[in-house]
Write a protein that binds this ligand. Structure first.
Ligand SMILES: [Zn+2]
Length: 306
């Protein structure tokens, strides 16, 4: 256990054929996973981490694995936990969706206001400098990896990495294993539609954006929560009850044990936006969303030990 955070130390899960997942449990706010591929000549990362300290620890973990250079970083989406560490890999080219680039630059350090008390370190914003719109193939030695954009889902700029030859899927935050899905910056319906299609890829092994390595059943778990959210949102919206008040009344049932359950209130804000007929992925009043999630937590700030 790490004395500072009360969380287990990050660990490497060997996925075979040079692929690994750097797992930061318990996967709650800011504790994301990073994919690592050690190729014949160089290393590729799938995402980085949120703080300077955690990015330096990630560098250390790669250095223990191999002395090959890190030449490529793929960002699955723009969120701070996946991109704030980019700058600590200056030797690498960063690849992401074109909307990941624009969202990373537009968001800047605004995320820091969500998580007071985090020791961010001396960060610099670095956005992807190679971007694409629909699909891009990245070669891991002789094995192709398909980067694919799905439309608004967890955010407006999510991509998955599908290593079909290995049955291995990096989902980014389309999947939180053991965590509450989060669609405040994306779309409930968009994430449902996306996960239905992602499930059809037929992955044997899923490397989620947060939580331990899992199988495709985690995609179904996320879909069940999102359909539950949509059903409850329809009831609350029809009754004219505000997201915070409605969230306090909802019995989460099988989802009560997921981490970061206050995301329910933020997710309701997004679901209500869609029930109002607003475009999928439209920007919400994020200050209000965060304030409501904090209120749901009896006034405690979002719990983040990154
Ligand atoms: Zn995210």
């Amino acid at each position: 256990m790490s004395a500072a955070s009360g969380m287990p130390e990050p660990y490497l899960h060997d996925l075979g054929n040079g692929f690994h997942l750097y797992v930061q449990l318990d996967g709650s706010w800011g504790l994301n996973n990073v994919g690592i591929h050690v190729g014949r000549e160089a290393v590729t990362l799938i995402d980085t981490t949120m703080t300077e300290r955690r990015a330096r620890a990630l560098r250390g973990a790669v250095a223990e694995l191999t002395d090959k250079p890190i030449r490529t970083v793929i960002n699955t989406h723009h969120h701070a936990d996946h991109t704030y560490g980019n700058y600590l890999f200056p030797e690498a080219t960063i690849i992401g969706h074109e909307l990941c680039r624009s969202a990373t630059l537009a968001t800047g350090f605004a995320t820091k206001e969500w998580f007071p008390g985090v020791d961010w370190g001396d960060l610099e914003i670095r956005a992807p400098e190679v971007t694409f719109t629909e699909e891009l193939t990245v070669w891991f030695d002789d094995v192709p990896g398909k980067l694919r954009y799905w439309g608004p889902a967890h955010t407006t700029d999510d991509v998955t990495l599908w290593i079909e030859d290995r049955g291995l899927l990096f989902t980014g935050d389309l999947a939180f294993n053991g965590g509450t899905p989060f669609v405040v910056m994306g779309s409930v319906q968009g994430l449902i539609d996306t996960l239905v299609q992602v499930d059809r890829l037929g992955a044997a092994v899923v490397a989620p954006g947060h939580g331990a390595v899992c199988g495709p059943e985690t995609i179904g778990d996320q879909l069940r929560y999102l359909r539950f959210l949509q059903d409850r949102a329809k009831e609350g919206f029809a009754a004219g009850i505000a997201p915070l008040d409605w969230g306090r009344q909802i019995d989460l049932g099988e989802f009560a044990g997921l981490t970061d359950r206050e995301r329910l209130v933020g997710n309701l804000h997004r679901a209500y936006s869609e029930l109002r007929g607003e475009p999928l992925g439209v920007a919400l009043d994020f200050d209000r969303v965060v304030a409501d999630m904090v209120a749901f937590n009896d006034g405690h700030p979002l719990h983040c030990v990154a």
